[in-house]
Design a protein around this ligand. Sequence first.
Ligand code: ADP
Length: 615
Amino acid sequence: MINKQEIRILVQGLKMITQQQKWILPISGLNAIITSSSPFFSLYMTALIIDELAYAKRLNWLFFYVILTIVVQLVLHLVTCGLTRIMEIKEEILSKQQDEILMNKAIDMDYEQLCDPKIGNLRRNLEEINTIHGGGLCNLLKQYESIILNISTIIMTTYFTISLFMAYANNQVSGEKGWISFFLMFGSFFLMFTAAISLIKRNSKKLEERQFEQLNQFVLYNRLWSYYSNEYLDTNQAGKDIKIYNQKHLIEEVFNKQRDIKSTFINKVAGYNGYFNGINAGILLLVYGFIYIFTCIQAINGIISIGDIVKYAGSINRFIGGVTALIIAEEKVKKNNKYIELLIEYLNIPQKKEKGAKKIRNDIGGSYRIEFRNVSFHYPESKQYAIKNLSVSINEGEHLAIVGMNGSGKTTFIKLLCRLYNPTAGKILLNGVNITEYEKKEYFKLLSVVFQDYKLFPMSIGQNISGTLKFNSEKAKISLRKAGLGKKLCELQQGVDSILNREYETKGIELSGGESQKLAMARALYKDAPIVILDEPTAALDPIAEYDIYTRFNDFVNEKTAIYISHRLSSCRFCDCILVFDEGKIIQAGKHNMLLKDEGGLYQRLWQAQSQHYF
Ligand code: ADP
């Protein structure tokens, strides 16, 4: 039987469905009840018609029964058609709403949690189980409808099951061996039915467990499969690598292996289905056979009429079918509960970060001074410190460059400043107040950041840089020109309304790596936030574009506070101050000329290493 914990999960799942669509459960329940009553009514009327034909033979009654059957069946059919149509639309919406729940949770999650592989895995599992297996809220809705339908069938047919045996008992009890044969007959039916039900229950449980187990193993392979077929092969970049590095055979091998795994999975699942469902059908046939023989003997002995054979045999078979389906539904609910449990676990992941409430503009009136005070940090999955006891102040309007070897902590410094992670020790202050005390959304308003791994949408250029569907076209053009895309803009027929990415829009445009990077910069400029951060913004730019951006640097960021991470030291000469990072610490700080004079210093060594290639 379904236990308390499972009922709790089931109720939580049903609550989630109701939260998404208030009327979906009542409509689905009503549809189930009407659907279950239709065949029952048909059986009842057929029995009346047969008896009328066999015995009374009254034409007017016969005519009335036939018309009544047709009219009621037609009405029931029309109502169920209408309700089914409504349910189809609602189910489709529910499936989208389920995706939306997952998406919103991911969007609202802290960056640190988004990067947590365990949480990422949980999210992917949920998405994949839903796609492959249809698990989730829509599946729960189907189970709910099936449970209501079968309970309603059982209630309607119980009366006929009891009355068949009562008719037998009433007839038999008048004779000498009446009670004995009644109990023998009813007892045999009861024993047979209970044995059949428990066998079917055991089989269904095994079937669902094995299917779930197979499915869980298959999810990982399916992820790899979809990576190769969608993410890898569908990108233009991979197309180049496949040709140059002759990856065809490698990919074919991967595909063949995946195909074998997939067919093994399908074979196993189909095998389990065939085996268990076959046994279940055999068991049910035995019980049905018993009922048919019993009702026919009753009719031969004149205890029931010929029409009653149809009514009783049909009803009892439906009763047996209803109980069996309910038992199978129980196992399906249990299996789907495992998915709902994962969904609840995912949605209940608490937001880890503090929720400061301070408003920024009211608090400090537009002047921004940032201070790192003895900040240390290590990533959650790592014990090694990426930032070690670092202290630095960044004044308003200051243009700061950060340089250093790979892995020296530059990007981590920016992530901490952006509040994507909290320091393990020490504080980051904005005008003397710990940044965690500010409302996060407010704090983000201060920042325009271009990360190395920025993402652009397959939307218009204007929508991309504004982050909204409707945007200020003039402002967008100014930002694009400042970021060095003025010439490109003139070439585009649709200007800022040009759609990016040809994969989703045949008339879309493809930008080069450098152009995309400039677009990401235009996005930062459009936001017009007081602090601009560029994490290696020039990596994909050609030397002329880079020179262009840096010589127009002051115009580019205006009076704003600006922080640059760059590997090209020539670009940093324009900054007020250069911070040299090494192993999570600032080991040198100052202007370009001053740092160059520091004989043997890391900056001088890096400069010499780079200038060697030019001279
Ligand atoms: P840089 O930007 O200077 O190249 P990073 O700030 O990216 O350096 O990295 C600093 C250190 O933190 C490196 O040792 C790197 O391996 C480690 N690191 C970066 N990101 C993560 C992460 N998500 N989880 C664990 N360690 C990380």
